[in-house]
Design a binder for this molecule. Structure first.
Ligand SMILES: [Fe+2]
Length: 292
């Protein structure tokens, strides 16, 4: 039995949030829910997250986990909203989140009480850890390179690779955020190519629809090996890393990186309210690091 997969698209950041379930038991998981956020006004919104909850309701799925592939830099997580609407299923992330919390606690000079042991999440997955979606076996693979905490969730014949791979005509995600490294991403992709059968369905987190083609989120390991323009078979680590670094140097940072990382290392919560009851985010001036 293989899982059913549906997505909700967050247009402003081209992000696919996934609902994955076992059709026999109708038990499922939500992966990478997105909170709407307007950086100009500082207002949040739950329209996209409500769409995801409506999808869960429509399909009659009981959600047993909300999962994050990594501490995203381009969007804020809607995990708290989605969990509250779905009966508080536990929130899982890779154990590497602790290093990310340490890094950004220092950069943002967060309050002393901010814990960097991952306790804001309900479960920290280790590499190779098994879990289940209904009766379908799942496992977690640590897939660093884009970020150091990144994990891939393999559920039956489907792999939710987050930002490890884009669609074959788009290559991979960038590797210049703090903790990113193209050589490590290359090795991660080789591992996925070796460990997962060619027929594995691959679901990506983002698709920016290069060349104006239709947006797509699903491919296979075989297609990635044959035709990924940046890391397909036959491309060396050095070749990939050189091209990736050159490309990354030409990219501006995502619009929401500064709010995103502050919220996402708190499992989607905002910093505690100040004396006037308002929650604030910080902007480090002339201080945001790049990996290279
Ligand atoms: Fe990302």
């Amino acid at each position: 039995m293989q899982p059913e997969v549906r997505h909700v698209l967050h247009e402003p950041t081209s992000t696919f949030s996934y609902l994955v379930w076992d059709p026999e038991t109708r038990r499922g998981v939500v992966i990478d829910p997105v909170l709407d956020y307007d950086p100009a006004s500082g207002y949040t919104g739950t329209e996209t997250a409500q769409e995801l909850v409506a999808l869960v309701d429509r399909e009659g799925v009981t959600v047993d986990w909300v999962l994050e592939t990594h501490a995203h830099a381009d969007h804020l997580s809607a995990a708290p909203f989605v969990r509250a609407r779905l009966g508080h299923p536990p929130l899982g992330v890779g154990e590497g989140i602790r290093t990310v919390q340490e890094r950004f606690k220092a950069l943002f000079q967060l309050e002393a009480a901010f814990a960097t042991d991952g306790r804001q999440f309900d479960h920290l997955f280790t590499d190779g850890e098994a879990f289940a979606v209904g009766r379908i076996p799942g496992r977690v693979l640590h897939t660093p390179g884009h970020t150091s905490d990144h994990v891939t969730y393999v559920i039956g014949d489907a792999a939710f690779v987050g930002d490890t791979l884009f669609m074959p005509d788009a290559g991979t995600a960038r590797c210049d955020f703090p903790g990113g490294d193209p050589a490590i991403l290359y090795r991660t992709v080789q591992r996925l190519f070796q460990e997962l059968p060619e027929s594995t369905r691959v679901f990506v987190l983002h698709d920016y629809a290069p060349g104006g083609r239709e947006r797509m989120g699903e491919t296979t390991i075989g297609e990635q090996r044959r035709s990924n323009i940046q890391v397909g078979d036959g491309i060396s680590e050095a070749e990939y890393a050189d091209r990736r670094r050159a490309r990354d140097r030409s990219l501006t940072l995502p619009t929401l990186i500064i709010p995103s990382v502050q919220v996402n290392i708190r499992a989607g919560e905002f910093p505690p309210a100040e004396a006037n009851g308002v929650r604030y985010l910080k902007v480090p001036v002339d201080a945001f690091p790049r990996a290279y």
